[in-house]
Design a protein around this ligand. Structure first.
Ligand code: DAH
Length: 356
């Protein structure tokens, strides 16, 4: 039997060389897969350290245990280096991830643009707040209304010349026999809806969008808000209306101002009045803004017509009431010195951002 002539020293030298090469490759492994590859190459079942043990039989018997322990020591050293490198690679990967996800908390924040109420809504809320203090509750009616409620129930029959006051937009939808739908021209039809729903005492505030077939200019828009008011009880008079409106003006403009009633005409009130406030710009001296009259009209009003009360299901012999209707955009224009009603619908941020 021929045996390779081999001695312990040369095998030990090969072992040491293998171990050192393994350690270098471990240190160079840049990711877990590369590290796994090195590990199998040196420590696997067919790994190069194990394969050195094939020399075992060629060694003198007393040297065999020493080769065994030298091989174990080399394996342990490589094994330890692999574990250490694995931990290091994991913490490097974590560092990279953290660096990628990092937020610099010292950077100044980006401002979040804050919205604000549209001036039309703002004035509507302000008006509702003031009348709320007098016990008025807000009601809303539909924007698409029947001819019946928009006109007839308000004492404006089909052939009544007062219809000419309204430039009306009719809706082509199919309607019940004898009816027509339209975009309401005013909030007054909601008066009837409230009367049908509720018995006196009634204190109702009815804000909402209205629509007219208008020739649009700086003071006329085809879509606008109105705020309607209605108070019905026994013994209600025009003096109550005047007192309420004077309080309203004081709250709205910050201090009491001279006001006046002028005779007016609306089919649904009798008597009817226009309610004027002393001009906010010239304090009554007369200026272009008030047509040199010293007064500005801010709403129409009157005592609810008996026909309208009856149509609302109330006994006109027992109940009286007053009603008023105003254009909140017009009031906002006075308050904020806005000269063109079209700006309310333009959606121009340069206009809207002034009301933050
Ligand atoms: N509806 C009227 C309009 O659109 C405004 C108005 C006037 C409402 C007098 C009223 C009122 O309730 O009493 O011009």
């Amino acid at each position: 039997m021929t045996t390779e002539r081999i001695d312990l020293d040369s095998v030990a030298a090969q072992l040491a060389e293998l171990r050192d090469r393994a350690l270098l490759e471990i240190a160079d492994a840049v990711d877990p897969t590369a590290l796994d590859r090195v590990e199998t190459a040196y420590l696997g079942k067919k790994g190069s350290i194990k394969s050195l043990l094939r020399h075992m039989p060629a060694l003198p018997a007393e040297d065999r245990p020493r080769l065994g322990s030298a091989a174990n020591a080399a394996q342990d050293a490589v094994d330890a280096a692999v574990s250490e490198r694995r931990v290091r690679l994991e913490s490097l990967a974590l560092e990279v991830r953290l660096a990628q996800e990092a937020t610099d908390a010292t950077l100044p924040g980006r401002p979040l643009p804050r919205g604000s109420l549209h001036p039309s809504l703002e004035i509507n809320r302000e008006i509702a707040r003031i009348f709320g203090q007098f016990g008025f509750t807000v009601y809303e009616g539909p924007e698409v209304e029947t001819d019946e409620l928009n006109f007839q129930a308000l004492n404006i029959p089909d052939d009544h010349p007062a219809r000419d006051l309204w430039d009306t937009m009719y809706v082509a939808n199919e309607a019940p026999e004898g009816q027509r739908y339209l975009l309401r021209t005013h909030t007054s039809p909601t008066q009837i809806r409230v009367m049908e729903q509720q018995k006196p005492p009634i204190r109702a505030l009815m804000p909402g969008r209205c629509f007219r077939y208008e020739a649009v200019d700086a003071s006329h828009q085809f879509e606008f808000f109105q705020v309607e008011g209605l108070m019905i009880d026994e013994g209600t008079t025009l003096a109550h209306l005047r007192g309420l409106l004077d309080q309203f003006v004081a709250a709205l403009f910050g201090s009491p101002r001279p006001t006046r009633f002028r005779p007016g005409y609306y089919p649904f009130t009798e008597p009817s009045v226009a309610f004027d406030v002393q001009c906010l710009i010239c304090d009554g001296a007369g200026c272009p803004a008030c047509g040199r009259s010293g007064w500005m009209t801010i709403l129409g009003a009157g005592m609810v017509h008996p026909n309208v009360l009856a149509r609302g299901g109330l006994d006109p012999e027992r109940y009286q009431g007053f009603a008023f209707g105003m254009g909140p955009e017009r009031i906002a224009m006075l308050r904020h010195d806005i000269h063109d009603i079209r700006t309310f619908l333009d959606n121009d941020l340069r206009f809207l951002e002034q009301f933050r």
